[in-house]
Structures are given as C-alpha cells and as structure tokens.
Design a protein around this ligand. Sequence first.
Ligand code: ZN
Length: 637
Amino acid sequence: MNAVPGKGTVPFFALLCFATVAAASDTVKLSVDLTSAPQHIIHSTMRIPAVPGPMTLTYPKWLPGEHGPTGPIKDVAGIFVKANGKDIGWTRDPKDMFAFEVMVPAGVSEIEASLDLLIPTNTEGFSSGASATPKLAVLSWNQVVLYPARVKGNAVSYEASLTLPQGWSFGTSLPVRSSRPGAVGFEPVSLTTLVDSPVLAGEFLRTVVLDERPGRRVVLDMAADAEADLAIPAELLDGYNRLVKEADALFGARHFGNYHFLLTLSDKVSHFGLEHHESSDDRVRERSLVDADPRRLMLGLLPHEYVHSWNGKYRRPADLMPDDFAAPIDSNLLWVYEGLTQYLGWVLTARSGLTTIAENLDDLAMRAAELDARGGRTWRALEDTATAAQLLYESGDAWTAWRRGVDFYDEGTLIWLEADVTIRKLSGGKRSLDDFCKRFHGGGSGGPEVKVYGFSDVVADLNAVAPYDWSAFLTERIKRRGKGAPLGGIEGGGWSLTYGDTRSPLLKVQEDVEETVDVRYSVGLLLDKTGTIVDVIPDSSAFASGVAPGMKLIAVNGRRCSKYVLRAAIQAAKAAPAAVRLLLENDDFFREVPVEVRGGERYPKLVRAATGSDVIGAILAPNAETPYNNGSESKKR
Ligand SMILES: [Zn+2]
C-alpha cells in the first residue's frame, strides 16, 4: 500500500471513499461557453467540491439512448485541473481512458476542472458526430462534464450556466433560472437530468407550442442554417398537434413536465433522433420542412422519439438504466425498448394524420421485405441484434443482410404488430395493444419518473390484457434462427407481403433523397449514387456470381451503368429468365459476371388478403377526439 502525501498512514481507499461521498453531497458549478461553437470547439469549466487527497474524475462513457460506450472522449482536449488558481495536473487511468486521477492539495475544498470539446465535422454517429454549424449548435451536456468517480448520476447535482453567441436563442427542457441575451442560468439538477436535457441553440430558432396544458406543455423548437428552412407547413404542424393528442389517447397519462422536440435542420450535422425523458434531439436534412421528399422521410422521427418518453424513459429495462455513466449496459431487451417504440411510432404517425394508411402500408412492406431477405437470420437470432447493439450501430451498411443490423427496430414492429393483432383476435375486437400501453405505460400523470421492468413484467401485463402464452409467443420470435421474417401480424391483419414490378411512391422518394438504387429483391443488390454496391443479399443471384459490397458496377450488358440501364436490363428478363452481364470494378481489377434474373423487377408491397377483415386499417385509424388546436406561435427570430 502506498502512503498518500500529507496524510500519514491513512489508507488510500479510505480517502477515496471519503472524497467521493463529500463531493457527491455538493453541487458542481458548470459554465459552458458556446460562443466558439461555430469554430467547432466548446469550452467548459467546472467548480467541483473536493477534499484533500486523491480524487478520480470521470467523463461519461455509457450514454442513455445511444446504447453503447459512445462518450466522445477522443474529442476532449485542453484538460486542466486547478486548486486555488494553481495547476495541479492530472493523470489518466491507464486502464480506463475515461478516468482522470488528481491529487487535491491540503486545505482545498473545491477544484476547478476545465476542458474543450472538439466538435467533429464528420456526420457519422450519434451525438458524438457533427453537432455545430456557424448558425446553430446542439449541446449534449455529457460531452462537457466530468464527475466524481463512482457517484451515481442522481447523487450529484450540477448548476449549469451557458454563454451563447451574439443573437442566438435556445430551446431545452432544462429548467431556466435566469435568461438575458447571450447568457442563461439553469436550476440545479442531478447529473442524470442534466445529461437528459440537451440544448438546441441557434441564430434562427423558432418555437411553436403544440399543447398549452399548464405544467405539461409540449413545444417544438426548431433551428436551421437558414431562416427560410423554418417555414413549417400548416398541415405538418397540425399533424404534430394531433400526435400529442393521439399519444395521450394511447397512453392515458404523461410522465413529464414540459416536453421539447429539439428539431435541428442542417445538412452539416449528424442525422438521428435521440430520446430524452422531457425532450428529444431530432436532427434531419436542412430542407426537411419545406421540401416534400425529405419531409416524407422524417415524418416517423418525432412520433418515435415522443413515444420514448413513455417507452424507454418512464418504463425502462432494469439493465438499461445507466445512471452510473461508467457502468456497461445489458441491451438484451431493446426489442421492447426500441422495437415497441418503432411500432407505436409507426401507429401514431398514421393516427395523427402525418401519413396516410397507404403510406404506412408501403413503409411496412419495405421493412418486412428487408427483414425477410436477411440471410443473417440463419446464424443470428433477433435477440442477439439487441444484445450486440453497441457493435451493430457502428458496423456500417456493408454486409448488413448477412451480418444483420439493428433489426430489433423493424422486426420489433412486426412482432408487436402481431401481438396487437393477436390481442384483438383473442378478445373478439374488444381489446388491443392500446390497453397494454395504458397498463404498462399509463398510470397517473406526473413528473419524470422511471419504472424499470424485465421480460416477465411485459408478459404479465400482456396476460392481464388478453390471457395467452405470451412468454412462448415472444421467446419464439426473439430466439428463433432461420429464414423468413415473422409476418404473422401482416397476415393476421388481413394483408400479405408480395412483390410487383412497380416501386411504391415511398421507395421512389427514399431512392431519390438517399441517392440509392434498390434492386435487392430481383438481383440482390443495393447500390449508392456512384454505383458502388452497398449490400448484397445472400442467396441472391448476384451473391452467387461473386458480387460483394464495395465493388463498383461500371456497366450492364456492355452499356455504362445508370439506374435506368440497370432497371431496364432487369425488367427485360420479365418474360423469360436471362443473364444480365455486370461489369464490376473490384479494387484495381475489372471483371464481367453473368447474374441470372427471373421475373424482372421485384419491389415489395402489401395486398389485401382474399379473406379476413382489415385489422391493420383499424389499428392505424385515429383514436383521439377532434377537433384539434393548431399550434400557436410563442416566439420567433
Ligand atoms: Zn428509439
């Protein structure tokens, strides 16, 4: 055992425990300076209560909602620790890149730690990706804080203040104590709440109140790189207004105070949605509000993230509760956390009128077809896509059909659709998954609260709604390995998955906006705008001919490749099987391979079954009472 300088023979571990407890009981004063965000750097300073002796400061590693160790430690620079204004240095734990050891000098009750966050311009990844432009920034507090090691997030309090670039305003669910131009002071909150409450700030920021209920307001904060991009169409606003009503009708209670959608419109930030209990960090293409095609692709985002306030935040798997940001998570139940959210988001998108039922059916057909063609189903069960989510979020698009991706989202939709259809059949149409949601996610309205659950709790509440062997139903679907997606919900819902030679309007929009060519269900290929192969379906004719992701399609039947040339060659094989010749660039080598095509172009669609009622149509019909209030403007700049 090493003696601690200045402390005689007191054991090291005793000092460590003492230091931790003392720090946990006091408030950290946090000052964050966003004025250099346009320069892609954020400055942060913390005054942290401390006692003399060794102390470990930790940078948040495991982030709620990102389901992985995604804290951007590699982008932290300019770390200084001072006591009484004097630099006391620090040493990184060689076995934990997120931990910094400092020695607090005698007579000191507070240290000052400062750091810079270097904001990347790369738009890959979630909150650790690009988050600031010259006109806006999203501040994720976890990226700019250190906290005393081994302290639970709820046990340490932070009082934050924020400096903004001149002329910028902001939106956040974090309670504001004081606000004047360029400077905001927030109420002290736990580290857990701070990390759960990002800030959207920008030169062009517009706020619309979607629901005025006192103490339970729902607000849409939008920031864009250009003011013209904030011109949200009235029908979209009306849809978001209905979304709030439909969610109330579905869950029967709200478990938040004021809720803020923080919608970022920029082509220079990462695009994703990240749920929080009283807000969501929603980042989409710059023209998503004003242009119909990108708007079509973002319509499901806000419903999904809003559902998370109930499913994922209020109700959370016990092992997905990382209030200690250093503790690894067990993401095994993501097929509930994300899968049920994906299903309910899909349902609410139609019920709120954001999409038509026909559009939702096209969406469902695309997801079902993709999962049905996942060759990786033979070696990897759905459950493992949840358990290994922290790998799969990072694994890219190449080989997705064989590797499998984060399939618990869309396959969750199929499974929970089947559960919904099953409840409706078991109860003769009297009950539905809505009743499960009221039971599982409802109760009394109140402020943010977390109720954890396990697999048996899900089964028990399903059984309370409609007695059935739900344990076997769910276990079979999450643990099964083998070909074929679970299509029982589509079939039991009165529809069937089939393929025709015409692309759905949704697939056309997706191909146009994402600049892809999707011919996976004919020749087995998904290509990007350069002709580079993004993925190949195992068992497809292209795979059998040696085609792989990363190769580039140069020519088809001797003619330079374009999406038109490729599609025409495939469709020419409609009447009789034919070999389409693909000239491929594979690293520095070129090779032409024959790929057999049967039946021409094939694109997924749902068609009504010959018998049975349209249960899916009933599921997607609006539930909330009408009429709705239009959103009211509260401020604009
Ligand atoms: Zn989600």
